[in-house]
Design a protein around this ligand. Structure first.
Ligand code: PAF
Length: 283
């Protein structure tokens, strides 16, 4: 198991990064909010394929939670997270001291249009502003060569790609395939909120999504297939569906007239026993 280094100050983080850079190492970075599962660890393992050193961060970012969301109750499992990162071969974990990420007079915001509009933003209007500022700060702090983000948060990944292009940030963004459990449920820190019944229902999300994608691939109008899938989710017992949408793989623009005329992604957000789930797949 790698001897993982834990740093809590920006000074210590930069000191270690500069030391590594001085000896020719390259840096891969995996930002997280902790409550780590095998999906996160797969990002660390992917980072090793790109760079010689891997760095993770653990920071539950308050600015990406809206009032009434689960910021306070978000699982905080630092000790287990550090052990899991070490087992995946992570070299360093940056756990910023509380209060050190946003100074009291923090006044800068980043608002991204285009890919960051619609879908999640229709339901969580300030989410990507919060993600953009924290990811920009973490990338500036860590200065990695490569940063890895999971495709489960597909719109987030597209938004971060836009962010680093628009702000000329010298980092390569790599998307990692969605990690799923043996029943196809996309791994998520929030899955631990489920009881047995909730988990059984949540596992039907991927089944219905794959069936919908198959119909679209088979030539069914994507708007019709999406509407049918939405109804199936409700009939199956999901409380409500935020969206079942099809968007162009790269720009995330909707397909006109429901015609599958370019590479596209099926994206879904819904509520399952009090937990909001998102998932997606290539069509
Ligand atoms: O995907 C997440 O866990 C978070 O949105 C991120 C990228 C770590 C920013 O807080």
């Amino acid at each position: 198991m790698t001897q993982i280094k834990i740093v809590r100050t920006l000074r210590d983080l930069r000191g270690q990064i500069w030391e590594w850079r001085g000896s020719g190492e390259t840096i891969g970075f995996v930002p997280t909010m902790g409550a780590l599962h095998d999906g996160h660890l797969s990002l660390i393992r992917l980072s090793h394929k790109h760079t010689s050193k891997s760095v993770a961060s653990i920071f539950v970012n308050p600015t990406q939670f809206a009032p009434g969301e689960d910021f306070e109750s978000y699982p905080r499992t630092e000790e287990a997270d550090v052990a899991a990162l070490a087992s995946a071969g992570c070299d360093l974990v940056y756990i910023p001291e509380p209060g050190s990420m946003y100074e009291e007079n923090h006044s800068t915001s980043i608002h991204i249009t285009g890919v960051a509009e619609s879908l999640e933003t229709d339901h969580r209007p300030t989410f990507f502003d919060g993600v953009a500022i924290v990811v920009a700060k973490l990338l500036n702090r860590c200065a990695p060569d490569v940063a890895i983000f999971g495709e489960k948060d597909y719109q987030q990944l597209a938004t971060i790609r836009r962010l680093v292009i628009d702000l000329d940030m010298p980092v390569k963004i790599v998307g990692a395939p969605i990690a799923r459990d043996a029943h196809g449920l996309a791994l998520s820190s929030r899955n631990q909120y489920f009881d047995v019944e909730g988990l059984a229902l949540a596992r039907k999300l991927n089944v219905i999504m794959q069936d919908c994608a198959e119909k679209m691939r088979g030539g069914m109008n994507v708007d019709l297939a999406a509407a049918q899938a939405k109804q199936t989710f409700l009939d199956t017992g999901f409380e409500s569906v935020d969206y079942v949408s099809v968007a162009s793989t790269h720009s995330l623009t909707p397909l006109a007239g429901g015609i599958l005329d370019r590479p596209a992604r099926l994206l879904i957000a819904l509520h399952c026993k009090g937990v909001r789930l998102i998932d997606n797949c290539e069509i």
